[in-house]
Design a protein around this ligand. Sequence first.
Ligand SMILES: C[C@](O)(CO)[C@H](O)COP(=O)(O)OP(=O)(O)OC[C@H]1O[C@@H](n2ccc(N)nc2=O)[C@H](O)[C@@H]1O
Ligand SMILES: Nc1ncnc2c1ncn2[C@@H]1O[C@H](COP(=O)(O)OP(=O)(O)OP(=O)(O)O)[C@@H](O)[C@H]1O
Length: 298
Amino acid sequence: MGGFEGGDEGGYWDIDTLPASTNHVNTSKPDRRQSTIEKTDAGYSIKAHAKVNIFLKITGHENGYHTLLSRFMYVEDLYDTITFVPCECDTFTIEGCEGVPLETNTIYKAYKALNDHTGDLEILDFFYKHKVVVTKRIPSQAGLGGGSSDAAAFMRLVKEVCNLLISTEELAKLGSTIGADLPFFIYNYTSANVSGFGEIVEPFDEDPLSLELYTPQIGCDTTLVYKTFKEHLLNGISLASFIGWDQLDSKTLLERIADPIMLNDLYKAALIAYPELKNEAKEGWFFSGSGSTFFRLR
Ligand SMILES: C[C@](O)(CO)[C@H](O)COP(=O)(O)OP(=O)(O)OC[C@H]1O[C@@H](n2ccc(N)nc2=O)[C@H](O)[C@@H]1O
Ligand SMILES: Nc1ncnc2c1ncn2[C@@H]1O[C@H](COP(=O)(O)OP(=O)(O)OP(=O)(O)O)[C@@H](O)[C@H]1O
């Protein structure tokens, strides 16, 4: 069973998921998960899964954002839960995100974006009669997409519960205005090749890997890691160094390339921005997103 073992100095997630796929080339149709929406006594609920970046290569920079090519994989047993609980609310209410001011909460940003986009009074009315209760399990500033996954799951749940006539593609486009990672979570694939700024999401057909996660007590600010990359490493990128990676399955990539620095261009930038990360690096572990989470095959 999945679970967190550890204490204040950090801990290990022992994730039981499906065995790795043996496919070396993506041939069959995409694997799209059904949205796990439940109607319980408490209300309508949805899981907001974490993700890891199997590889992340920066391909350029424009309009203040980096372009990238990355394999995103969802983490089966690490997720936040978003529930719409009936209540008489004077205003949009989020419970369970202590320490995050409402205005900066990605869920609130998603609520505002949906309202502005659809002008659907049903959404306004719905959230006078329901509050949003979040059960947080995904650590913040961990490279696991927690805030983005929450916002995307919220949008998918509102679409279902309020019967919004908005396509997944439109929802993903709207999500991309809130955070670069949202489109992956809106499409809700198990595994995908993500490019552009994060808005191009192509499903990759493979089973989720059985992963162990380790998140040290170091919060990595995504903006700072990217800024560090731009200043120190952007001029050194080589587009020829990862040709064909998007066609290989994730287990083969981790076993063949094996080098965490080569697999994730943001790792070196995170080490520059947070030198203490070096003490946490372990042989055989890989680095997810802008950090600080390490992961490895079980
Ligand atoms: C590192 C990743 O998590 C990999 O999955 C994503 O690329 C970042 O996704 P995210 O956390 O949703 O990032 P956002 O909140 O949209 O952006 C935070 C900041 O990171 C930088 N940023 C983000 C995404 C991107 N493709 N290029 C960037 O340079 C920008 O300065 C941006 O203002
Ligand atoms: N719903 C939310 N859950 C967690 N943090 C949130 C949320 N909304 C806003 N935040 C703020 O955003 C910051 C970054 O959150 P988090 O790291 O979970 O998001 P992310 O950028 O999607 O993930 P990553 O760690 O992969 O960059 C947090 O430190 C917090 O201040």
